[in-house]
Design a protein around this ligand. Structure first.
Ligand code: LLP
Length: 431
């Protein structure tokens, strides 16, 4: 699962205690474990080795340069969705040919940047987008490769905000439009359309939706072949789960066990597979550390008010997501035996863990059984490495938090805490 564990009643990230990190850099603070990032990447790569896939880490989930560099050094490519993410990937030293670029609204400057750098693959989301990329490529006299993103109309059984592969989603084109798409654009002189891209949703906790969507994609590949269009690349997107509770997600090996057999024969005949994992690599590799500012009672509800809120970690309030929350120094008797919403330990009390913002929707955990918490206590929000810092904002003019990367005994600040000056640096005074 990850390298965040309690020893003698205190939370450790690898060999460094949470208390030590918070004392050194303050709170709120994201803490990442390098060993967990490496482990998750390596396990995925090993599980899918029979398909020899290009693994493009999904930059959107946790985009700190140091983390991109670490994954690049392991051989990862990058899945990007904006010019900003392309910039980060290049800065991190990722080979542009290992970059795949999705997103429904690619702008002209973004497309030009991608073409100038020679990225590996555009994942195309609409007819109009293809025409735009083809026009720009022709103007620049640059050749590029593209995959058509198709909606296999499979239910990934996840939150409606992160369900993408069903009909009528804003992403990709419906499966039955794919053939017409290839007829119209499959022989372009500058953009060679020889791939298919799928991304059905996130997180997907069962393997069935993958099996179903891959099978649909393979049928489409065969239909296209009959019409003279050769597909050499199949990008399966991301969506593999993470352990928000202990052992919640299938292992990389279990996803692979379901997917590899369907594709092995195609791969041996030359099909290139791409994976775009984000959450499954980064989520468990990060926690958010926050301090209790105040506790108070309102009616029957007991509030613990922290220095992190929906501005720091949006997922609980935006998606109603569960993150395991526990004090960083609970002592041995209250060390959690596992991460679960149903822990039974002596002395727990029903608690609302909320942030400092002026919104009732600003919470980190609702109605949660927790050990008693006091002003100044350090609290850990687990499985926060994916879509945590990446979705943080400066709402209520709170500067963005620090990010720290722990590797064994060492700890490095990989993003310094913003100062108040940073909040206004791009604002100019009106005359
Ligand atoms: N590929 C594409 C085309 C995607 O749109 C995404 C995520 C991924 C790959 C990576 O998916 P992952 O492996 O991380 O599940 N903010 C939401 C998740 C949004 C996912 C957006 N797309 C959350 O906090 O749950």
């Amino acid at each position: 699962m990850d390298e965040f564990r309690y020893h003698d009643g205190a939370l450790m990230c690898e060999q460094v205690s949470a208390h030590e990190v918070a004392r050194a850099v303050g709170t709120p603070c994201y803490v990442y474990s390098a060993a967990t990032l490496r482990q998750h990447y390596t396990r995925l790569a090993e599980a899918f080795r029979p398909l020899n896939p290009l693994i493009c880490y999904s930059v959107k989930c946790c985009s700190n340069l140091s983390i991109l560099r670490l994954l690049t050094s392991l051989g990862a490519g990058m899945d990007v969705v904006s010019g900003g993410e392309l910039y980060r990937a290049f800065k991190a030293g990722c080979d542009p040919r290992k970059c795949v670029y999705a997103g429904v609204g690619k702008s002209e400057p973004e497309i030009r940047l991608a073409l100038e750098q020679g990225i590996g693959l555009f994942n195309i989301e609409s007819e109009m987008e293809f025409e735009n990329i083809a026009r720009i490529a022709r103007e620049m006299q640059v050749h590029t490769r593209a995959a058509l993103r198709v909606n296999p109309d499979v239910d990934p059984k996840t939150h409606r905000y992160t369900t993408t592969g069903k009909r009528e989603s804003k992403f990709g084109v419906d499966l039955e439009r794919a053939e017409a798409f290839f007829n119209a654009y499959g022989r372009d002189a500058f953009v060679s359309l020889t791939g298919l891209h799928l991304h059905i949703g996130s997180p997907v906790y069962s393997t069935g939706p993958y099996i179903e969507s891959v099978q649909k994609a393979l049928r489409l590949i065969d239909d296209l072949a009959l019409r003279g269009f050769h597909i050499d690349t199949l990008d399966l997107g991301g969506g593999f789960g993470a352990d928000y509770e202990s052992d919640q997600s299938p292992l990389a090996a279990q996803y692979a066990e379901a997917i590899v057999p369907i594709l092995q024969d195609r791969v041996s005949r030359g099909l290139q597979i791409i994976l775009e994992p984000g959450r499954t690599i980064a989520a468990n590799a990060g926690i958010l550390l926050t301090r209790v500012e105040y506790v108070k009672q309102s009616g029957d509800r007991h509030f613990v008010i922290c220095d992190a809120g929906m501005n720091t970690l949006l997922r609980p309030s935006h998606y109603g997501s569960f993150h395991f929350v526990w004090p960083a120094n609970p002592g041995v008797a209250l060390t959690p035996p596992r991460r679960s919403r149903e822990l039974v330990l002596p002395g727990l009390a029903r608690t609302e863990v909320v942030g400092p913002l002026c919104e009732t929707g600003d919470f980190l955990a609702e109605d949660r059984m927790l050990p008693p918490l006091h002003r100044g206590d350090l609290v850990a929000i687990f499985t926060a490495g994916a879509y945590g810092m990446a979705m943080a904002s400066r709402y209520n003019s709170h500067p963005l938090p620090t990010e720290v990367l722990v590797d064994g005994h060492s700890m490095q600040v990989i993003r310094t805490r913003e100062r108040y000056e940073d909040l206004v640096v791009h604002e100019s005074a009106a005359q």
